[in-house]
Write a protein that binds this ligand. Sequence first.
Ligand code: ATP
Ligand code: MG
Length: 456
Amino acid sequence: MRGKAVVQPAKLSVAIVPRADHPISRDDISENALKVLYRLHNAGYQAYLVGGCVRDLLLGKEPKDFDVTTNATPEQIKGLFRNCRLIGRRFRLAHIVYGREVIEVATFRGHHQDSDDTNDEDSANTSDLSKQSDHGQLLRDNVFGSIEEDAQRRDFTINAMYYNIADFSISDFAGGMAAIKAKEIALIGDPETRYREDPVRMLRAVRFAVKLNMRISDKSAKPIKELAPLLGNIPAARLFEEVLKLLLSGQGLATYRLLDTYDLFEPLFPQLGPLLSDKNSREVRFVEQVLTNTDNRINTGQRVTPAFIFAAFLWYPLEERCQQLMVEGGLTHFDAFNLALNDVLHKQIQRIMIPKRFSMPIREIWQLQLRLSKRFGRRAYQMLENPKFRAAYDFLLLRADVEGGALLELAEWWTEFQSADEQGRKNLLADLRKAEGSAPATKRKRRYRAKPKKAE
Ligand code: ATP
Ligand code: MG
């Protein structure tokens, strides 16, 4: 990568907004964040709140967390706080730990540059600290700099405002105050270059637009569709984190729709994407329904698991693959289903890493869909005892909602079976036997006889 020219970011001019002209009060700031800011300030360093917390405070929202930035190096920060941990390889950060609250303190970031560029005061320690790929993507990013440089490196104008603890003013480097008023998400600098540097910024633009009820500026929106495939270059583990933020925001449905508008959904779920072109299809209804339910659960304080959402997103790709294996490979439904399940998960984790703690329950939810249709005899009782029954039943309800017909009957049967008393359950099973003829009874006999034989 030596000698590859790096586009220099546009120069920013700072506007200082004095305390009297903005609404952020120290009462709104976490006490621990204030402690960190004051200790840095009293030790002679610059100290600012930055990023999401300043933006959210200006919007009258409660910030998720408070991030601090300073001209002190990580080692100097560590020297000031006993409760400090240094973390991160891509960029070293200090975490100041107060029980459950962690205040992240970052040293101002400088510019990435060529290793043979020696005209900069930082160059002695920049060789090999930053690196760019052939797509213009930043691979390493470990250079300290000034506050102006730090601001140029940030993604959106609304994220480049700094609250100065020295005089409680806000340093607005990119017109963030105006963008907040205009409700506009705009990248700092040339959008295409900035998306190429880090394609995740396209996902962030959509996430903030939905979360903050703003629109993406025309200039920042324009290149997205064309650059969306660059998401394929992002490590699968990072995309998992981003996708959780997108889907578990409490506004998952709106986020999905906006992602889809910008062709950003298909690169995340390549097997599902092609099934979503018809907006009236059951596939679209299924995705929208699971997101609606997820949003409702989050907004009423109920627990949600990403496993359920992933299981739903990949359900129709799984069914499709299963059919294909049955037709092409002449497999039984059971065998084809299990093979398809592995195929579909394997393909998905090429794009979005799904940790085992979620992929296991995804498999279970899917496999239980087969078992929910086998209700005879003890099986129905055993199913109720299964720790994943609840998730599998909820999943069945969702499928029934979208597909109706026999699935709806099956779902209703399980609803009744759960709430029935002992006699009620016996009756439900007896009705089932009657409805389905005598076949199950003979099956049962065979099974009882087969058992002792096997044991011999
Ligand atoms: P949230 O409320 O979702 O946490 P946030 O703006 O705080 O929003 P973070 O991911 O916590 O988002 O990032 C903190 C800050 O770091 C951002 O406000 C932005 O200034 C900067 N930042 C984060 N990710 C990027 C990126 N990919 N490119 C450039 N700057 C970024
Ligand atoms: Mg944040």
